[in-house]
Design a protein around this ligand. Structure first.
Ligand code: PAF
Length: 306
């Protein structure tokens, strides 16, 4: 009976974060529909029996989900989790825009900084909730994910009208924040310090700490970031960014950063929404961030030329 009355959540993006969150929402007995980008992915999901697998230190969670594509939708979406790559979020939401209304709960859980603001501007009639998570995971198959690190998720709104979805409050490690913009900015700072360097040195997060050249670069990246943070009057951390970045590299030492995972899989990375976002803000502030600029170029070159 409870299941009949369960709320429906649609999830856009079936990467590691989308799958981990499908598992979390499934644990709340919510009904889940995955929205795939095309018929090919939908068909490939059907061959698994619509089964999502998420392995964590708690064991294997395997569950069935409904699945669809944007052009098969027939009714408005009530609840949507957007867990796409940052560079896909605007176009993916555009394909659903006929089915999203001011009543839809839309939680956007993406990396980077800037796309969130772009969404608010492009869809002024929609109410977005933004989330920043430190959950870590990686895919071992098309619909198989390892949930490597159970993180904390902060949720809030930039315009001030959205709230944490009521049913999510039952999940552990979830917190509402009054200032999600600052949380996203801080995450950007950490990602700028760690992700491109893990690609450049082809190493796990923690290994950066043992490479003197990488640490010297991290220190320059951090001071360039702090200069932009000061110029844009955003309070970063109470301690230097370099110390925070080293701490995250240590606590996630075994992780292969999302950017290195993308490069190794021959996929496009989120460098434009991470280091690129900092470079854009620097330009608007009339300041130079040469080291971050050179890393932006290096990763784009690697994406293109391998
Ligand atoms: O992008 C990532 O992989 C993560 O945000 C971080 C913090 C670098 C940990 O792996």
């Amino acid at each position: 009976m409870a299941r009949l009355l369960a709320k429906m959540w649609h999830i856009l993006g079936s990467g590691a974060i989308g799958s981990i969150w499908a598992s979390k929402l499934n644990s709340l007995n919510l009904d889940i529909t995955l929205i795939f980008r095309d018929e090919e992915r939908l068909g490939s999901f059907a061959t698994t029996g619509n089964l999502v697998s998420v392995r964590s230190d708690q064991g294997l969670d395997q569950f069935q989900c409904l699945a669809t594509t944007a052009n098969k939708l027939t009714t408005p979406i009530q609840n949507l989790l957007v867990a796409t790559k940052a560079f896909d979020a605007v176009s993916a939401i555009t394909t659903l825009s006929n089915w999203l209304t001011a009543e839809s709960t839309i939680v956007v859980m993406i990396n980077g900084y800037g796309v969130q603001q772009e969404l608010q501007t492009k869809f002024p009639h929609l109410i977005f909730t933004f989330a920043s998570t430190t959950d870590g995971g990686y895919k071992t198959g098309e619909f198989e994910t390892v949930w490597a690190g159970q993180g904390k998720t902060l949720v809030g709104s930039i315009k001030g009208t959205a709230k944490t979805p009521k049913e999510w409050e039952a999940l552990p490690q979830i917190e509402a924040t009054e200032d999600i913009d600052l949380i996203l900015w801080r995450k950007l700072a950490i990602n700028c310090c760690i992700n491109p360097l893990t690609v450049k040195y082809n190493c796990r997060n923690g290994e950066l700490l043992d490479i003197p050249g990488a640490m010297a670069e991290m220190s320059i990246i951090a001071s360039e970031f702090e200069a932009i943070s000061n110029a844009t009057q955003k309070h970063l951390f109470d301690t230097p960014l370099l110390d925070q970045a080293k701490l995250v590299a240590r606590t996630t030492q075994g992780n292969i950063s999302s950017m290195l995972q993308d490069i190794r899989a021959g996929r496009r990375t989120e460098i434009r929404q991470i280091t690129g976002a900092l470079c854009d803000l620097a330009e608007q502030s009339g300041l130079a961030v040469p080291h971050n600029q050179s890393l932006l170029k290096l990763i784009i070159d690697l994406e293109t030329n391998g």
